[in-house]
Design a protein around this ligand. Structure first.
Ligand code: GDP
Ligand code: FE
Ligand code: FE
Ligand code: FE
Length: 195
């Protein structure tokens, strides 16, 4: 696992060390899996493999940041105050980029946008957005029922993979009677439906 010094003033080993110290061992393994899968999806979709690998690696950097710290950042760093009505599932992408810029010194707008959209997806998705969104869902450590089908669909056609994930995540959230982030629903209406 080596990242070229293109997107941060930090070295590859500094980024890896910070990432590791900011999360549990399981979460770190997940990030390595997402990085490898992002590399593979980039190859298949003619995208910069090194950039995809870095975006995948750091996508959950802020997943385990303390709730109080998130609330403070949302209140003081210019975020939409409606975010206070949500939780870390939603924050770690949208607000997580604040910690990625601050700690990992990564400011590339495409990478930050892919992190921002990796949980909810969005109406507009670039190739990198789709790569990180799907790598997160199908990396080798994932084992939910349907993951094999998700892998098959995604490797054949990443857009269909995005639709599959959105449909299944919505179903899963509704079964649990969880609150749906409006952007997730908007994304489903673009990527999830059969025309
Ligand atoms: P992870 O960070 O690798 O665990 O994966 P994600 O970032 O994709 O998702 C984090 C959690 O957010 C998952 O449990 C999703 O089911 C959940 N999630 C995704 N969309 C929504 C939404 O619209 N509302 C809520 N409440 N949760 C969501
Ligand atoms: Fe995540
Ligand atoms: Fe995801
Ligand atoms: Fe993840």
């Amino acid at each position: 696992l080596v990242f070229k010094k293109t997107y941060s003033s930090l070295s590859s080993s500094e980024i890896i060390a910070k990432e590791k110290s900011n999360m549990t061992a399981d979460r770190f393994e997940h990030c390595i899996g997402v990085s490898k899968t992002a590399r593979k999806l980039a190859e298949l979709n003619h995208y910069d493999v090194d950039k995809a690998a870095l975006a995948g690696f750091i996508h959950d950097y802020a997943k385990q940041v303390a709730v109080d710290e998130y609330r403070e950042v949302i209140k003081t760093q210019g975020f939409d105050q409606d975010l206070l009505n949500w939780n870390r599932s939603i924050w770690h992408g949208i607000v997580g980029t604040y910690f990625i810029q601050r700690d990992l010194k990564i400011n590339d707008p495409e990478i930050l946008t892919a992190v921002r959209k990796h949980t909810t997806a969005d109406v507009e998705m670039t190739t990198l957005d789709k790569i990180v969104f799907m790598a997160d869902y199908i990396e080798p450590g994932r084992s939910f029922s349907g993951v094999e089908e998700a892998r098959k669909i995604t490797y054949a056609n990443i857009n269909q993979g995005v639709g599959y994930q959105l449909a299944h995540t919505l179903k899963f959230l509704i079964d649990k009677r969880n609150k749906i982030y409006p952007r997730t629903l908007d994304a489903y209406n673009v990527w999830g439906i059969n025309e």
